[in-house]
Design a protein around this ligand. Structure first.
Ligand code: SF4
Length: 108
């Protein structure tokens, strides 16, 4: 991904590993970061979104979401999940079952 874009290159094979790591960390801070993307800053799904770098258009250090279908999918899943949780929370038995499932399969 992005192998032909010099301005976001980590380096080339044979470069010093520390140099490559430094470029990678800078890339994460400056580019691969929802805090710097305008669309993401106002998005209600950002805490659930994996913000796949593949959905971003990177041009000379500027980052923008380029794939609205990716965002719509994340937003739809977020709303669906919240609605489902609200529905389950309204039923004590289902809520307890969900929590037991999470304790057994996710937290442990
Ligand atoms: S859904 Fe789109 S706009 Fe929202 S945080 Fe994810 S990448 Fe950004």
């Amino acid at each position: 991904m992005y192998t032909s874009k010099q301005d976001i290159s980590y380096g080339i094979v044979g470069d010093d590993a520390d140099f490559i790591l430094k470029k990678a960390y800078a890339f994460d801070d400056e580019i691969n970061n929802k805090d710097v993307v305008k669309d993401c800053q106002k998005c209600y799904a950002r805490s659930m979104c994996s913000s796949c770098l593949g959905s971003f258009e990177i041009d000379k250090g500027e980052v923008a979401v380029s794939n609205p279908i990716f965002c719509e999918t994340i937003k739809h899943v977020t709303i669906y999940t919240i609605k489902k949780l609200s529905e389950i929370k309204g039923d004590e038995e289902r809520w307890q079952r969900l929590n037991a499932f999470l304790r057994k399969n996710v937290y442990e």
